[in-house]
Design a protein around this ligand. Structure first.
Ligand code: UDX
Length: 433
């Protein structure tokens, strides 16, 4: 496994759990030292147990440098980042560096698997980097959600494998035997497209429901009931129809832009997906607008409390988080932002004297608070931006007392609006009041 990030680490731990011998490499020495001691650098449910299980059984080990992991391996997974370049395209330099490093040590008849989300045509590009006719390159995209990556790996909806060489495809498929998932075996370009199209479709569902929520607000309907009514239609389903402050994270924003770019390079103007992305940006403006209105029309000098900074609950990841983008816009309009997120609570309490520390520069200009009550002190508006379950169980009478004015904008429809209104709050959700 080349790369011990979210995908590489989860895949390595799960493959070891399935009985394979896995050597996982990364370029960051401290990370490898920590992982070898069973210390996990990310928040991911169940990952620590699987890593300890792998270390104890001897089936999982960690090394510095890709070649150490690739030497003698039957299958080498490339799980390195493909960050977004300024033009929206995917940066392939980590893939290139990894491929060039492993090329000389690869065993004859071994297989190199692209697991990173890579532009369509990358399997060919990796073949060129490797220059090894005796090594097959296979595309095997991942569909793991942060926060439930282990569950998703062990209970996949499908396994997608793209290969020109059928035998290589079957050898990769065999690694997952026992998971009982349908197998989609196709050519590399189709497998690579499946990954982008899956993420683009899921992002489309969320943008769709966010626009429906906006319509609900305009016509006085309740989006919750509307989703119930449409979701029971098995052609539609309930998944990925939760309205919110817009989608974020390390995949959807990057992959939707990359797909637009890939299509453009191939001569197709993917206007539909551009609209999906645009709707997502608008959704953040709509949230800022709601907060501004609740604050009385202007944010200048107004204290605003934010609950939630990560892009979704049960992760410590703030990459492309709508909460960060909304928080930054509030600060730019002159608001004094006090934020709380369970992920950063410990770090904040360690620096309670200053209220913030260098590693809390997650939202520059905001005060990061150690607990949710601290965040609402003196606030005119409280905005909920991440769906952390624990926020539901707080003492809202206390919250009411602490706030300067009791206005709640619930960007995740997380709280009980009726109960809050009974306590004297004004409450505005998404697509419902
Ligand atoms: C996603 C894909 O789900 C996964 O298959 C792929 O491999 C990586 O990208 P992830 O980024 O971890 O996974 O998060 P996901 O749970 O899909 O949520 C993405 C964003 O959409 C989050 O900001 C989330 O809050 C938002 N979302 C999700 C909604 O607003 N409403 C929903 O109904 C679902």
């Amino acid at each position: 496994m080349v790369g011990a990030g979210y995908v590489g680490l989860a895949t390595a731990a799960c493959l070891a759990h399935l009985g394979h011998r896995v050597v996982c490499a990364d370029v960051v020495e401290e990370k490898i030292a920590a992982l070898s001691d069973g210390i996990i650098p990310i928040v991911e449910e169940g990952l620590d147990d699987l890593v300890s299980e792998g270390l104890t059984s001897g089936r999982l080990s960690f090394v510095v440098g890709a070649s150490g992991a690739a030497k003698g391996a039957e299958v080498v997974f490339l799980c390195v980042p493909t960050p977004q370049r300024s033009d929206g395209s995917a940066d392939m330099s980590f893939i290139e560096a990894a491929a060039r490093e492993i090329a000389p040590v690869l065993a004859s008849e071994s297989i190199v698997v692209n697991k990173s989300t890579v532009p369509v045509g990358s399997a060919r590009v990796v073949e060129e980097f490797l220059r090894r006719v005796d090594v097959a390159v296979v595309s095997n995209p991942e569909f793991l959600r942060e926060g439930s990556a282990i569950h998703d790996f062990l209970n996949p909806d499908r396994i997608v494998i793209g290969a020109d060489d059928r035998e290589a495809a079957m050898r990769v498929a065999a690694l997952y035997s026992g998971l009982g998932a349908p197998l989609v075996i196709t050519d590399p370009a189709s497998a690579e497209t499946i990954k982008y199209a899956s993420n683009a479709f899921l992002a489309t569902k969320i943008s769709f429901v966010n626009t429906v929520a906006n319509v609900c607000e305009a016509v006085g309907a309740d989006v919750h009931d509307v989703i119930l009514g449409i979701g029971y239609d098995t052609r539609i389903g309930f998944e990925f129809l939760k309205p919110g402050p817009g989608w974020g994270g390390s995949c959807f924003p990057k992959d939707t832009l990359a797909m637009v770019r890939i299509a453009e390079d191939a001569g197709y103007d993917f206007r539909f997906l551009k609209g999906v992305i645009e709707v997502n940006e608008e959704q953040k403006d709509i949230m800022v607008g709601k907060i501004r209105r609740a604050a009385g029309g202007s944010l200048a000098g107004v204290t605003i409390a934010l609950w939630g900074l990560t892009f979704k609950a049960r992760t410590d990841d703030v990459r492309d988080s709508p909460a960060i983008s909304i928080g930054s816009r509030l600060i730019a309009e002159g608001a004094a932002v006090r934020a709380y997120d369970p992920t950063f609570a410990n770090a904040a309490s360690g620096h309670a004297d200053r209220g913030r520390s260098p590693n809390l520069e997650v939202l520059p200009g905001a005060l990061i608070c150690a607990d949710p009550y601290g965040a609402v002190e003196g606030a005119r508006v409280l905005a909920v931006l991440t769906e952390w379950e624990e926020l539901k169980r707080l003492d809202f009478s206390k919250v009411h007392e602490l706030m300067a004015e009791p206005h709640v904008i619930d960007g995740r429809n997380l709280l009980n609006g009726a109960a809050l209104k009974r306590l004297g709050f004004s409450y505005v959700g998404v697509g419902r009041s």
